[in-house]
Design a protein around this ligand. Structure first.
Ligand code: PGA
Length: 252
């Protein structure tokens, strides 16, 4: 089956509201008329409403970078999946290595967030990926398999259908050191096979698996040419309209 490619921008904690608006305007004016791939941007919480308004009736969808696992309550500073849903958000990134490392979100917490996201009827973009020492030890597939098992594979098949996975080797994030297309392909195929084993082969075939980690305008094409790479989660290169448009072009 032919999976539609998806290019998602993870702005992280970058850009003021005005800078974000200017970036979205530049993207909207530079997009092809009818892009053949899906496009998402994930701005900070403070920019979501504006981003939704600006992108209404356009090919750009809006995702959140994070949510809390509870629906509501005394969690000062947090935002729930229910709240995001009430805004009109449909996608939430979870399990990003920066959340796991800097905010101590372990597998158990990531699983609870996945549950909260699907309970709200939204789509999780579930990030997984190994640190450098695990890759050097040649244990990356086992490592990612464990992340999938503990964070995702408890989902019933009907809920799993909604999931998007982003493979982001930690050593490639923000470092300029991209995985080779072959390294990405090897892991994506392993993930697809794991999913097919846990669920059924159709779930594996239909699952979109994005690659993330120093994707840029000049390496996107070779990564996207791999048969099991269905697009990308882009950090740094998504903050510049020209470079993100080139990545969209490579996917479309
Ligand atoms: P990067 O970030 O493209 O800047 O490496 C990717 C990500 O963290 O999602």
């Amino acid at each position: 089956m032919k999976r539609k490619k998806l290019v998602a921008a993870n702005w992280k904690m970058n850009l003021t509201l005005q800078e974000g608006e200017a970036l979205i305007s530049a993207l909207l004016s530079g997009l092809p008329d009818q892009p053949t791939c899906d496009i998402l941007i994930a701005p900070p919480f403070t920019h979501l409403q504006t981003a939704l308004t600006q992108t209404r009736n356009s090919p750009i969808g809006v995702a959140a970078q994070h949510c809390h696992e509870q629906a509501s309550g005394a969690y000062t500073g947090e935002v729930s999946a229910e709240m995001l849903k009430s805004l009109g958000i449909r996608f939430v990134i979870t399990g990003h290595s920066e959340r796991r490392q800097l905010f101590h979100e372990d597998d158990n917490r990531v699983r609870q967030k996945v549950d909260a996201i699907v309970r709200a009827g939204l789509t999780p973009i579930f990030c997984c990926g190994e640190p450098m020492e695990i890759r050097e030890a040649g244990k990356q597939v086992e490592y990612v398999r464990e992340q999938l098992k503990s964070g995702l594979f408890h989902l019933a098949p009907a809920l799993f259908e909604r999931v998007i996975i982003a493979y982001e080797p930690i050593w490639a994030i923000g470092t300029g050191q991209t995985a080779t297309p072959e390294q990405a392909q090897e892991m994506h195929l392993a993930i697809r096979n794991e999913v097919a084993d846990r669920y059924f082969s159709k779930a594996g075939e239909e699952l979109r698996i994005l690659y993330g980690g120093s994707v840029k305008a000049d390496n996107a094409q070779s990564i996207f040419s791999m048969p099991d790479v269905d697009g990308s989660l882009v950090g740094g290169a998504s903050l510049d309209a020209d470079s993100f448009l080139k990545i969209i072009d490579a996917a479309c």
